[in-house]
Ligand binder design. Structure first.
Ligand code: HEM
Length: 153
């Protein structure tokens, strides 16, 4: 793709603005994905039914409804618009990126389910396991950035 090709899709001159907004919401989304398991580690230390337990349930709910849910949705909508604009569905790097983004979306679903278990008083995982799970968004982000910028295939 040459420098000018990005202006020929249906987004026209808005392409770079959409990409800028895409990246802003990517940052919000990934920040939320880092935040929630941290909250879970602190939440683990509280006794079910205690005031702290209820405070963490509320904080986790707010992080999901104010940051994670909206940011994920906006990243998807803007990302798909960018992809349609540049014909990315025919390109190898985009298939790999899409697979990783589906993984991140699934990870968020898992986090929400885990939060619901904590809210019911269960503490199913060790803190160590949660910290290891927390590597997923970091590694996925590093690989996605290489895929979209270097486009190795
Ligand atoms: C949710 C689904 C997503 C879709 C469909 C999508 C799609 C796209 C597309 C088509 C581009 C334009 C590439 C270009 O102009 O060459 C782009 C840019 C970018 N995306 Fe995404 N994206 C998604 C999520 C993400 C996520 C989760 C991350 C990071 C963790 C990310 C990071 C980036 C970056 C860094 C760029 C800028 C690349 C450049 O400067 O050209 N995207 N995205």
């Amino acid at each position: 793709m040459t420098g000018l090709d990005q202006y020929v899709g249906f987004l026209g001159g808005a392409y770079l603005w959409v990409k800028a907004a895409h990246l802003t919401f990517v940052i919000f989304w990934i920040a939320g994905l880092f935040l929630l398991p941290r909250f879970f580690v602190y939440h683990h230390a509280t006794a079910p039914g205690s005031a702290e337990d209820r405070a963490w349930i509320e904080r986790e709910g707010r992080a999901r409804s104010i940051i994670l849910g909206p940011a994920m949705l906006i990243v998807w909508v803007l990302g798909l618009a960018l992809a349609l604009n540049i014909g990315a569905f025919a390109q190898g790097w985009f298939h790999a990126k899409l697979a990783l983004v589906v993984l991140l979306t699934g990870y968020q679903g898992w986090l929400s389910a885990y939060g619901r278990k904590l809210a019911k008083g269960a503490r199913p995982l060790e803190n160590r396991t949660l910290r290891i799970m927390n590597e997923i968004p970091g590694i996925a982000t590093a690989v996605i950035v290489v895929l979209v910028i270097v486009k190795p295939f």
